[in-house]
Design a protein around this ligand. Structure first.
Ligand code: PMP
Length: 425
């Protein structure tokens, strides 16, 4: 099949690229199971689950059927003054999965918007609770929460791809990234900056926002559950809300249904996205408690001030509902455990390479942190040559494959990672 790459290069933005010297793009014409098919017929084993989302693989018969059945009834209808069965069924399923304190759901159209809504909820809650001075957020360095402006304002101010906007964003408080690896003994001193900041400033602070356990795009770092447990306790002590951004970690990726479960805690606000729709359509959700919903309703506006055009899109809700039914059958648990074991064994040899700073595995996430930034275009080409789809960034070569990946497919991915790392070495 011929694809007009020249047009693409001339006119279409791709994520985080320059229009003048864009990185190469690969034309994909089909995707099945854990394979992407290139226009020239080559097949690539997918190590990305399309950025954490396609947990059941591509072209899944159950998910396809959910979309086509819904399509024959209604593709979309506004959500203002209207409701529909796909949204109601989906929200019932979500509530069965999340901690019981989370009872109210806002269906957003992307992860970044779910974070915007979470921040808005926190700010409106304190307005409605007669504490309008609580307007600041606390975030963690190496955190990443999305590309819209309120979300960027809580991304790592120095490290993230948004640093050039720093003077234009609302200013929040940043704590050091948790320096307490998931697999090492916990060191209580790491809580000191949060304790101090809350003791000094809690009257100005609306919420602490964090990615539980896995800091994703800020560095693929896995931190200790005790950090999260103690952060929850400190938020309670100082009347500060806890926002958990589980957009990347939600629905099994870290070996628990939600990463907060590693610490046995529940947030006041929870953001979901990515795997929510099984990677089919753009959908995200922000959940909050009864108490928050009450406070928000008492704020001057009288309601939550958000309502996108494609809110609760029925096609997205229907496929998300089918995806959550697959998640609810529990097979993901054995799949993720097997992926974790295989990644641990097969990535271990990279530890010996001089170019590799660290090898980390948690659930269905495997990370090689390199000492130096990698040449993305060069590595991508080397991976495609080996029949795999892996997209490195900065100094990270990492995979988070679909949960349904076979042992042989995953071996192809890890072998490619080891081989390419050796070449770079
Ligand atoms: N939060 C986290 C933790 C994420 O990983 C992402 C996506 N990379 C987002 C928020 C933003 O989601 P989206 O790209 O759907 O806007």
């Amino acid at each position: 099949m011929s694809i007009n790459l020249a047009f693409d290069r001339e006119h279409i933005w791709h994520p985080y690229t320059s229009m003048l010297s864009p990185l190469p793009v690969y034309p994909i014409v089909a995707a099945n199971g854990c394979e992407l098919e290139l226009a020239d017929g080559r097949r690539l084993i997918d190590g990305t689950a399309s950025w954490w989302s396609a947990v059941h693989g591509y072209n899944h018969p159950v998910l396809n059927a959910a979309v086509t059945t819904q399509l024959s009834k209604m593709a979309h209808v506004m959500f203002g003054g209207i409701t529909h069965e796909p949204a109601i069924t989906l929200c019932q399923q979500i509530l069965k999965m999340v901690p019981a304190n989370l009872t109210k759901i806002f269906l957003a159209d992307s992860g970044s918007i779910a974070v915007e809504v979470a921040i808005k909820m926190a700010l409106q809650y304190w307005q409605g609770s007669a504490q309008p001075t609580k307007t600041k957020l606390i975030s963690l360095r190496k955190g990443y929460h999305g590309d819209t402006f309120a979300a960027m304002a809580v991304c790592d101010p120095l490290d993230s791809m948004h640093s050039m906007f720093s003077g234009l964003l609302p200013e929040h408080y940043f704590l050091p990234a948790p320096d307490c690896p998931f697999h090492a003994p916990f060191t209580p001193e790491v809580m000191q900056p949060l304790e101090q900041l809350l003791a000094d400033k809690h009257q100005q602070i609306a919420a602490l926002i964090l990615e539980p356990i896995v800091q994703g795009y800020g560095g693929m770092r896995f931190y200790h559950p005790e950090y999260l447990r103690r952060a929850r306790a400190l938020c309670d002590q100082y009347q500060v809300l806890l926002i958990a951004d589980e957009i990347a970690t939600g629905f099994g990726r870290t070996g628990k249904l939600f990463a907060c479960e590693h610490a046995g805690i529940a947030p006041d606000i929870l953001c979901l996205g990515k795997a929510l729709s099984g990677g089919y359509l753009t959908l995200a959700a922000t959940l909050c408690t009864d108490e928050l919903a009450r406070g928000i309703s008492l704020s001057a506006a009288g309601g939550l001030m958000h309502g996108p055009t494609f809110m609760a899109n029925p096609l997205a809700c229907a496929v998300a509902s089918a995806s959550l039914t697959l998640i609810a059958n529990g097979e993901w648990q054995a799949q993720v455990a097997a992926i974790e074991q295989q990644l641990t064994e097969q990535l271990a040899p990279c530890q010996q390479l001089a170019t590799v700073k660290a090898v980390r595995v948690l659930g269905a996430i495997g990370v090689l942190e390199m000492h130096e930034k990698v040449d993305v275009a060069k590595l991508q080409a080397a991976f495609v040559e080996r029949g795999v789809w892996i997209r490195p960034f900065n100094n990270l070569i990492y995979i988070m494959p679909p949960f349904v990946i076979s042992e042989a497919e995953l071996r192809q991915l890890t072998q490619a990672m080891v081989a390419v790392c050796q070449e770079v070495a």
